[in-house]
Design a protein around this ligand. Structure first.
Ligand SMILES: Nc1ncnc2c1ncn2[C@@H]1O[C@H](COP(=O)(O)OP(=O)(O)OP(=O)(O)O)[C@@H](O)[C@H]1O
Length: 981
């Protein structure tokens, strides 16, 4: 095996946890217990259905592998155990636990059922074989295949009530009395290498799988025997497991404990395999497989819930309880792991958080009765998943070393045997031996306790060391922080000094500014004083000048009055002149405009009249031509229309004649038909008479059936005849109706009346025939009466037909009359239309002549009128021109007048101005001019503040800057030898 892969394997790995759910057992099937467990092997999940406060809640747990009720022993082994056994063969120590409630299949899983049939056929295992036989078989099969030297040793022990029993002890011991046997418990000792060993535990060397099977069977049977004996001893056997209830009192709990399997069994296989190195050395590889069938887990849950009581009850199943606590401590990474609290955890210490590879098979029942225990098992198993082991391959030993060890062991055993045989050892009485044994046991326990104390102390020391390391690290961190803080302090102090220097500079600058401000204030005060003096001088001179001002005011008054007069005069003059000018200009403009407009008007009217004349002449000619053309067209159209009218009239006349001929023909035919009808009617009468005769004849035969037959025949004949008549009449009527069309409406009326009459006759005839039939059926008495009746009806019918023919005649006559009358009317109409046409034509001709004459006359009148207008206009234009000339002369005269008037106005205005204008006269009160005593410019200039630079220089000379830090170059430039103030 390569070093890399070995290193990988030596990393921390989690404890592998498998879950197996057994199928329903017979009891559960009988009681029809509901299933609460659902296994999803594919997703490696187990769902538990719970009903809490009426609500169904599913809890789901995930494991490394899940095997449902249908999973076979083989499936579990091949999927989960084969790799573990292979690792054992590689030199690892591996442990497989079966953990779960009683009856859930721990023993079934680990050992299987059919141990006796272990060999099966041709060395094959039975299908129910559990993990142990399969692992044994796999180990031997592999070792045989490898064809190397090996040795296999097995141990099988039982742990019950914190006492270890060797299940592979020799048979002789079994013969010892029960009490003695029970006392033959094996002590658990420290091996001095951090491990434990069970002193006196038989190690059986086996060379084949069969040997192991027989040993296993032997040990298992011992285990069961012991259990039975215990149960018998307690005499508290309970018959049913269904009475499991967590709330039962402690006594009942104890009874159940006694009934249940409370012991743990540990079956170990140790393998030594020889390996040859390339150097020719012989190494021995060692692997160990522990197969643990734990006691029922309900004990632990109960013990967990009522720990105090469990202890009181004599530390029943302390091992299982401690196993739970160890798992909790490992999962929660607590400082102290209580391995030493029980023998089971001491034995399996290396499997829980140690260097062994561990697999836990948790077994559960699917039934609702076990729900609470199932949940507890699932919780435990789920927590156990988080335990981490660090598996390591066992150190390979040199063969020579191993042989040396074995020789040493042989020598020791030989010495013991010799001492026993030769009785050279120490012999003590039995009581003393027991006493010493007890003392030894007590001492061993004391040593164990001290060992646990030592372990705790070591743990505490480790914790303290850890804390000390932490503190040390903390102090190192703190010193680093201190260094960093000191550095930052230095930096800060440097910064502070810089800031102080800057502050001092700023203060010096402030002083400079203050000095400049004071100097400026001083000069301001001097200037203000000077201004006051000046103001008083000025006020005095103002007083002197006030009289001068009054003179100036008077002069100003006079000037303004004169100016007003001048302005007024100017304004009046300008006003008058402008008025006059505007009046004259307006009148001239108007005159000119008027003349222009009159001239334009005359010209345009002349042009217009000339154009109009031309247009009117042209239009009059056009109208005349159009009128002539229209009249000639109209005459042609009227002649055409008259011709067409005449043709149409002739055509309609011919058509009317044809229609009347046709109507006459039709009427003739109708007459013929009516005559035929009459003939038919007489024929019908004859037939009727014949029928009656036949009827009478038949009646005389007094045969009722024949009478009926005859009557039917008569009826048929009559109806046929009538039908034929009707058909004929209808045919004629329809033909007549088609031909006569709309103008023969009243003929339709007659036809319908004939139809009505015929239908009436038919109906009556039918009624009659019906009546006749009825009467003939009733008896011969009615026949004569009926005959008479028939005759009467026939007579009526004949009369009706005669009436119809008369009607036809009347219709014929009326149609003829109407036709002749219509022809006459149309003829008259046409004649009248022709006459009207001629008259109309004459009227149109007359109108056309009149219109032509009117047009001619109107155009000549118009031309004359236009000439007159033209002449008048010419006269008026010449009049207007003369008037214009007169106007312009008048205007000229007015212009001349205007210039004279203007000069006159100017003259009168000048006289008025001379009259109003005033001249200034001096009073002699005006004071003499005085010169004020003002300060010179130089004096004022001397009062001004010095320039800023000069002021600063002066200040810096008087107050030099003293730096606190190091001397800085002065801001004021000075010579190197200048004295500093
Ligand atoms: N997976 C399974 N398939 C078929 N039968 C099973 C299965 N698991 C358990 N059984 C049956 O259930 C019964 C109880 O099983 P078993 O004795 O192995 O339970 P246990 O957990 O070892 O009980 P205890 O804690 O009392 O030893 C046996 O008869 C066994 O045949």
């Amino acid at each position: 095996m390569s070093t890399t892969s070995r290193n990988e394997k030596e990393k921390a790995v989690n404890v592998q946890v498998l879950l197996r759910c057994r199928p329903f057992n017979e009891d559960e099937l009988r009681s029809n217990a509901p299933q609460v467990i659902t296994c999803n092997e594919f997703q490696r999940e187990v769902a538990v259905s719970q009903t809490i406060a009426g609500k169904s809640i599913d809890r789901v747990f995930t494991f490394d592998k899940v095997f449902g009720p249908s999973a076979k022993q083989k499936d579990l082994y091949e999927q989960a155990i084969v790799p573990i056994v292979n690792e054992v063969l590689e030199g690892f120590n591996c442990t497989i636990f079966a953990y779960g409630q009683t009856g859930t299949g721990k023993t079934y899983t680990m050992e299987g059922e059919s141990r006796k049939a272990k060999n099966g056929q041709k060395g094959q295992l039975p299908s129910d074989a559990g993990v142990i036989p399969r692992a044994v078989k796999q180990i031997f099969d592999t070792l045989e295949c490898q064809n190397t030297e090996y040795s296999v040793k097995v141990t099988f022990l039982e742990l019950y009530n914190e006492e270890i029993t060797d299940l592979l002890a020799p048979e002789e011991l079994a013969k010892i009395v029960l009490e003695e046997k029970q006392k033959k418990t094996l002590p658990l000792m420290e091996d001095g290498k951090g491990g434990v060993l069970v002193r006196g535990l038989e190690e059986e060397i086996v060379t084949s799988a069969d040997e192991i099977f027989s040993l296993l069977e032997r040990g298992s049977s011992k285990r069961r025997t012991a259990e039975t004996l215990l149960n018998k001893q307690s005499r508290l056997k309970l018959s049913s497991t269904s009475s499991l209830n967590l709330r039962i009192p402690i006594l009942v709990s104890l009874m159940i404990f006694l009934r249940l399997s409370r012991s743990h069994s540990l079956f170990s296989i140790t393998i030594h395999i020889k390996e040859a190195t390339p150097e020719g050395e012989e190494l021995i590889k060692c692997g160990k497989l522990n197969l643990v069938d734990l006691a029922g887990s309900e004990n632990i849950s109960r013990s967990g819930a009522r720990e105090g009581r469990a202890r009181e009850a004599g530390e029943i199943n302390k091992s299982l309880l401690t196993l739970g606590r160890v798992i909790t401590a490992l999962v929660e990474h607590l400082g102290h792991i209580p391995y030493r609290d029980s023998k089971l955890t001491r034995l399996l210490r290396d499997s829980l958080g140690g260097r062994t590879k561990t697999c836990i098979i948790a077994t559960v029942s699917p039934s609702v009765h076990c729900l609470e225990e199932t949940l507890s098992t699932l919780d435990y198993a789920h927590r156990a998943k988080n335990i981490k082991n660090r598996p390591e391959v066992n150190q390979k030993m040199m063969k020579s070393t191993l042989i040396k060890d074995l020789y040493g062991e042989i020598e020791r055993l030989k010495a013991e045997v010799y001492a026993t045989r030769e009785k050279v050892g120490v012999y003590i009485p039995k009581e003393r031996y027991y006493q010493e044994e007890a003392e030894r046991k007590a001492m061993a326990e004391q040593i164990e306790q001290m060992g646990s104390l030592l372990e705790t102390s070591q743990k505490q020391i480790e914790d303290l060391q850890c804390k000390y390391d932490n503190q040390l690290q903390h102090s190192v961190d703190l010193s680093k922080k201190l260094d960093a803080t000191e550095k930052s302090l230095d930096h800060t102090s440097k910064l502070l000094s810089t800031v102080k220097e800057e502050l001092q500079q700023a203060q010096y600058k402030i002083k400079e500014k203050e000095f400049i401000i004071a100097e400026q204030r001083k000069s301001e005060n001097a200037l203000a004083h000077q201004a006051c003096v000046l103001r008083s001088d000025l006020e005095k001179s103002i007083q002197d000048n006030s009289s001068l001002f009054s003179k100036i005011a008077r002069e100003d008054q006079l000037n303004s009055a004169n100016r007003n007069v001048v302005n007024k005069f100017q304004a009046d003059l300008a006003n008058k002149i402008s008025n006059l000018c505007s009046v004259v200009a307006t009148s001239v403009e108007r005159q000119n405009m008027h003349l222009q407009s009159v001239e334009k008007l005359c010209n345009s009217s002349q042009d217009f009249h000339e154009r109009l004349l031309v247009v009117v002449e042209a239009e009059a000619n056009l109208i005349f031509n159009d009128l002539q053309a229209t009249l000639s067209n109209y005459r042609g159209e009227v002649a055409q229309f008259t011709r067409e009218l005449r043709e149409r009239f002739n055509t309609s006349l011919n058509h009317t004649k044809d229609i009347s001929c046709y109507v006459f023909e039709l009427l003739d035919k109708l007459m013929e038909e009516s005559q035929t009808l009459q003939r038919h009617s007489s024929m019908a009468h004859d037939v009727q008479t014949e029928c009656i005769d036949e009827f009478e004849k038949a009646f005389k035969d007094h045969s009722r059936s024949e009478e009926e037959k005859l009557m039917a025949e008569v009826a048929t004949l009559l109806s046929n005849h009538l039908h034929r008549q009707e058909e004929l009449v209808d045919a004629r009527l329809s033909g007549f109706r088609d031909a006569a069309l709309e103008k023969k409406v009243f003929m339709d009326k007659h036809i319908s009346s004939v139809e009505r009459v015929t239908a009436d006759a038919k109906r009556k005839w039918e009624e009659f025939s019906m009546q006749a039939q009825h009467y003939s059926k009733e008896g011969s008495d009615f026949s004569s009466a009926k005959h008479c009746r028939l005759e009467v009806i026939l007579q009526q019918c004949a009369n009706t037909i005669e009436t119809a023919s008369q009607q036809w005649k009347k219709v014929h006559e009326s149609v003829g009359e109407m036709s002749t009358k219509d022809v006459k009317d149309i003829d008259e109409l046409v004649r009248e239309a022709l006459k009207n046409n001629e008259q109309h034509e004459a009227e149109v001709n007359t109108a056309w002549m009149l219109a032509a004459e009117d047009a001619k006359r109107m155009s000549s009148d118009m031309i004359h009128h236009f000439d007159t207008v033209k002449e008048n206009e010419r006269e008026s234009i010449s009049g207007v021109v003369a008037a214009l000339e007169a106007h312009s002369a008048c205007l000229q005269h007015l212009n001349d007048n205007h210039s004279g008037l203007t000069s006159e106005i100017n003259r009168s205005a000048e006289a008025t101005f001379q009259q109003d204008f005033m001249v200034y006269e001096p009073t002699g009160e005006t004071p003499v001019r005085a010169v004020p005593d003002l300060p010179s410019k130089g004096t004022i200039e001397s009062l001004r503040t010095m320039p800023m630079d000069a002021l600063l220089e002066e200040f810096r000379e008087n107050n030099p800057y003293e730096s606190t830090k190091e001397p800085k170059p002065s801001l004021i430039p000075r010579s190197p030898l200048a004295q500093l103030n």
